[in-house]
Design a protein around this ligand. Structure first.
Ligand SMILES: [Zn+2]
Length: 238
């Protein structure tokens, strides 16, 4: 497979070999998505839901070298520790991937979140980050799992911005359809950016106030104060 031995060569990837590595992935991604040949690599990967292989290789490499460092001291790292390292490396991957999408301006992170699902969604906050106790959506009936897809296509709380989005990109709000439209039309880009900013800033505000509520519950009083945590967050990487 293309990623065989990734830990060894990922650190020495030059631009040219990264480009070579992209070619087969792009072809596969394009076939999977039945997309068009003029799609950019990053968009093609997104269509198929798979990050670029040179970034995947860096994830494998980062984990491999950390495991090896522990092994040198004749220990095996705990599986949950390896999982944590992998997740940290994948966070970096998603940051780099969204940079490659070349989304202009400050809305970039929010657009990337809406497309990749890595952002202020109950599923992601609960399953991936462990910051929320449940995956359900707090903006509708409380039964649906809150994902990027739920937010884009289903959640009734966002009916109004969704109608504006649908008017600009056509009725189909599925990920492949959205990206196909974003590639071919600047109007579609702007509509997706506008939807992302409108909806995700509201979701982020709601998440912050849930967090504040949880912190003010009596049983949580023994946690360090907000100021101390804010300080710790500044001096330590998340
Ligand atoms: Zn909802």
């Amino acid at each position: 497979m293309a990623l065989y031995g990734a830990p060894i060569w990922a650190g020495t990837l030059r631009t040219r070999s990264a480009v070579l590595l992209r070619r087969p992935q792009r072809a596969i991604a394009l076939r999977v998505a039945r997309a068009y040949r003029d799609n950019s690599h990053a968009a093609a990967g997104l269509l198929a839901g798979s990050p670029p292989w040179d970034l995947e290789a860096k994830v494998q490499s980062a984990v491999y070298w950390r495991v090896l460092a522990v092994r040198r001291e004749e220990n095996w790292p705990a599986p949950q520790e390896v999982r944590k390292w992998r997740e940290e490396a994948r966070e970096v991957l998603y940051e780099k991937w969204s940079e490659r999408l070349e989304i202009p301006g400050a809305s970039r992170d929010l657009v990337a979140a809406l497309l990749t699902g890595h952002g202020c969604f109950g599923w992601y906050l609960c399953e991936r980050v462990g910051r929320e106790p449940t995956t359900v959506c707090h903006h509708c009936d409380g039964r649906a799992v809150d994902t990027a897809q739920h937010t884009r296509e289903i959640c009734p709380a966002w009916a109004e911005p969704r109608a504006a989005l649908a008017a600009a990109v056509g009725g189909d709000l599925s990920l492949p359809a959205l990206i196909r439209r974003m590639i071919s039309s600047e109007e579609a880009w702007l509509a997706v950016a506008s939807f992302s900013v409108t909806v995700l800033t509201q979701k982020e505000t709601a998440e912050r106030s849930r967090e504040d509520d949880a912190n003010s519950l009596p049983q949580r009083r023994r946690r360090p104060g907000r100021r101390r945590r804010a300080f710790a967050a500044r001096i330590m990487p998340p």
